[in-house]
Design a binder for this molecule. Structure first.
Ligand code: NAD
Length: 484
């Protein structure tokens, strides 16, 4: 086992195993082969990481370093991620089982751009001068200071590990926070690979720490640690709820980016060719394992059958296979347990009376593959239309009027994102205004851009990643009043 890749922790500038040297296995989704042994951290490792971050924040050079110098380091990290994009794409494709073309087109460019965008914010976090009527007859000068909140715990999911990690890391660093990252046990390698780039960029020790391990042990210990001031979590709604319960009464700042069940609404006047492409992308990118997966395809009844058949053709044309092959358009699901869960949902859809128009063809014999599947004739009350499947499974739900489309779209516990396909601008904007979601895309699928806020309502979460909104969540505004 000596030549097996080991995924270590990164604490106070040093790569290290867990204190007990315990580890667990992580396999490759597309081959089932052992990929790495991951440090299985305990409360002691988490404590060491938080103390390093605390020390770097309270006493280290990070806090006193000028904001332009912080920006320069974040820019340097962006350059290093860009220089290592090929290697990181390969790692991501292997650990996630996801086509490498998606990493090259989306995850890596978005990660690099996000670092540069937030580096640009670091020296623009200005306070305000606020005039008042004065204090007891005397004039005052009132101003505010934007301060970093302190140590941020950042808990990362497996479905876009590096990109989402950087969505959280970049604004925290720009704000002047120090950070402890807990990667997912299912995708720890690409996030842990940041350690050497962070060291090479020249960040002071303790500013960024990475502690690997399991959610219920390492993740939970991190959330509950008294030295953590802010928690930013992306993952399932169930774990998001358990984190909210864990910190109830602790009054920490918290951002929760949770699950989704996005509607994609297709009106009959839409550019149907473009809608088919966009809907298929929203459904099948990352094997449907995205929070923004547009699995509920609401189609006007007049075109529903035709659209279902054409979408089925797109689904059947996808090429399943080796994630490292640039021509592969669909990879494997993250693990066998998740594959079984998705197959159970496909069986459920059939038993609920939905009609399969694509799926069920053969899959590669090795690896956790599932054929892209489309159900037609779906009723919004079915469980397959209500629950997050997190796999390549879409359902066509017909509607008769704009009002009904909005009603169906909103009638679900999740509220993260939606798409609207129409050439009629007044329908587009009026539907966008009525949709109860954090992000609406008109004639496109969820453009992920560092400048645009990303966050959900209802069971999809609290707070935002990306944009100015997210950097504000790593800052606190202090007011100073001088009586003259
Ligand atoms: P998950 O909730 O199982 O795990 C996410 C992270 O939380 C992992 O690092 C895990 O180790 C950790 N964790 C687990 N239990 C914990 C606990 N008790 N305390 C602290 N940490 C704990 O989610 P996942 O399966 O990795 O990711 C898939 C989910 O993430 C889907 O529901 C998806 O919709 C959601 N997601 C949301 C967004 C968004 O921006 N809203 C983006 C990507 C993924």
């Amino acid at each position: 086992m000596n030549d097996v890749l080991r995924t270590l922790n990164f604490i106070d500038g040093q790569s290290c195993p867990s204190i007990t040297e315990a580890s667990f296995e992580k396999t490759e989704p597309a081959t089932g082969q052992l990929f790495t042994l991951v440090a299985d951290s305990s409360e002691v490792d988490v404590n060491n990481a938080v103390l390093a971050a605390r020390n770097a924040f309270d006493y280290g050079p990070w806090r006193t370093m000028g904001s332009a110098a912080r920006a320069k380091l974040i820019m340097k990290l962006a350059d290093l991620v860009e220089e290592n994009a090929d290697a990181l794409s390969i790692t991501l494709a292997r650990e996630q089982g996801r086509p490498i073309s998606e990493m090259r087109m989306m995850d890596l460019p978005v990660a690099v751009d996000t670092l540069r965008y937030f580096a640009g914010w670091a020296d623009k976090l200005e306070g305000r001068f606020i005039p008042t009527a004065g204090y007891m007859g005397k004039p005052t000068v009132n101003y505010t200071i934007m301060e970093p909140v302190g140590v941020a715990a950042q808990i990362i999911p497996w479905n876009a590990p590096l990109m989402i990690c950087i969505w959280k890391l970049a604004p925290a660093l720009a704000a002047g926070c120090t950070v402890v990252i807990k990667p997912s046990e299912e995708a720890p390698v690409s996030v842990s690979a940041l350690a050497s780039l962070i060291a090479d960029a020249g960040f002071p020790a303790g500013v960024v720490n990475i502690v690997n391990g399991r959610g219920p042990t390492a993740g939970r210990a991190l959330v509950n640690h008294a030295g953590v001031d802010k928690i930013s979590f992306t993952g399932s709604t169930a774990v998001g709820r358990s984190i909210a319960a864990d910190i109830a009464g602790k009054l920490k700042k918290v951002t929760l980016e949770l699950g989704g069940k996005a509607p994609q609404i297709v009106f009959p006047d839409a550019n149907i060719d473009a809608a088919l492409q966009g809907v298929a992308m929203g459904l099948f990118v990352n094997q449907g394992q995205t929070c923004a997966a547009g699995s509920r395809v609401l189609v006007h009844r007049s075109i529903a059958d035709d659209f279902a058949n054409r979408l089925a053709e797109v689904a059947k044309s996808l090429k399943l296979g080796d994630p490292l092959d640039p021509s592969t358009t669909m990879g494997a699901l993250i693990n066998d347990r998740h594959k079984s869960r998705v197959l159970e949902y496909i069986a459920l859809g059939k038993s609920e009376g939905a009609r399969i128009v694509a799926g069920e063809e053969s899959v590669p014999p090795v690896g956790h593959f599932v054929r892209p599947t489309i159900f037609a004739g779906v009723d919004n009350r079915m469980r397959i239309a209500q629950e997050e499947i997190f796999g390549p499974v879409g359902m066509i739900i017909p509607f008769d009027s704009t009002e009904e489309a909005v009603q169906i779209a909103n009638n679900v516990q999740f509220a993260l994102s939606a798409t609207v396909w129409t050439r009629d601008l007044s329908i587009a904007h009026s539907v966008a205004a009525q949709l109860q979601v954090g992000a609406v895309a008109i004639n496109g699928w969820s453009p992920l851009d560092a400048r645009l806020p990303w966050g959900g309502f209802k069971d999809s979460g609290v707070g935002h990643d990306l944009s100015k909104t997210s950097i504000l969540s790593y800052l606190r505004e202090k007011v100073v009043t001088a009586v003259l």
